[in-house]
Design a protein around this ligand. Sequence first.
Ligand SMILES: Nc1ncnc2c1ncn2[C@@H]1O[C@H](COP(=O)(O)OP(=O)(O)OP(=O)(O)O)[C@@H](O)[C@H]1O
Ligand SMILES: [Mg+2]
Length: 366
Amino acid sequence: MATGAGAGMAVREPNTGKLVIEGKLVIEGLGKRYGATTALEPSSLSVAEGEFLTLLGPSGSGKTTLLQLICGLVEASEGRVVIDGRDQSNMPVHQRDIGLVFQHYALFPHLTVAENIAFPLKMRGRPSAEIAGRVASTLDMVHLGHLAGRFPRELSGGQQQRVALARCFVYQPSIILMDEPLGALDKKLREHMQIEIKRLHRESGATIVYVTHDQEEALAMSDRICLMNHAKIEQLGTPREIYERPRTAFAADFIGISNIFRGSWDGNGALDTPHGRFALPRGAHCQSKDAALVIRPENLHLGERDGNAVSGRVSEIVYAGSETRVIAALGDGSPLVLRLGPDDPVPAIDQAIVAGWARDKAVLVA
Ligand SMILES: Nc1ncnc2c1ncn2[C@@H]1O[C@H](COP(=O)(O)OP(=O)(O)OP(=O)(O)O)[C@@H](O)[C@H]1O
Ligand SMILES: [Mg+2]
């Protein structure tokens, strides 16, 4: 096996099988087993310098395991982690150029905000003048200068989380791993902190691997999303690619709202489903006969389109300010979600409706 010199570092992208040469952080065939449990199937991935990559997936899909393997807190069963062209296998955790922020950020209760932030620099034996300067500028970055002398118990949850972020960014690691750092915060604060983290990312230029199981958070924050399921990488791509071109029904269902019709592909331009025979997008192709058609609510309209139509009965109307969603029950009781345009008439509860979609607005998935 190669020793990890920069040149020739290559991994195959999970979706395309395309060879990717180099990256700030390269993961090659990295896997982890605990006895009979596979926490991570051998996985390969390349993260570019300065990229914001999000690991997104349901509970138990292997997100934390992948982070722990990257930083060396857990030993891999196979494969390797390469940072800046150097194999990290024999590199102890504290010598890797990696910062960590976890969900349960343990601030030191007996240290002030400024002392908490200074701590990692002290541990690294930095001169006190440098420490003072860096702590001050990092306090500014997270807008906490006025609270430097307070103790953690005197801060709100969001302020404490900002101290935790500052304590990581202060020593300028070139890679930062964050495991659900906003999990403990309420929705409003979460959204505020998402913007803060994106700003810190921009200002620091750090490469960030961020874990969440919140798909909206992943869509809003990431350069690319690595969608995980059952200890495997399910799909890797930009938020737009994954939203508009999901490769599996799981991906379509996990990210955004989808109407999914399972059925049998005729090998040509149609899918036979219990709800009818539907025209597929032009050129659509699937590996197997068993396939599913995904239609996003914004692509579903009242009335037939391109011969595609399903009928149902309106069960709920959700007015959400900028949009109105209609939820209807299909013949078998399964839900159908469509988003009305601003000028569309709003149907009544219990009204029978027909909804359709332009064939090219649907996606055929495995
Ligand atoms: N130390 C361990 N011993 C045995 N099994 C483990 C260990 N750590 C993780 N696992 C198992 O590995 C799988 C992946 O766990 P992991 O913590 O990576 O999931 P996750 O995606 O981070 O989930 P969550 O969203 O709940 O945090 C799970 O089935 C888990 O039970
Ligand atoms: Mg986890």
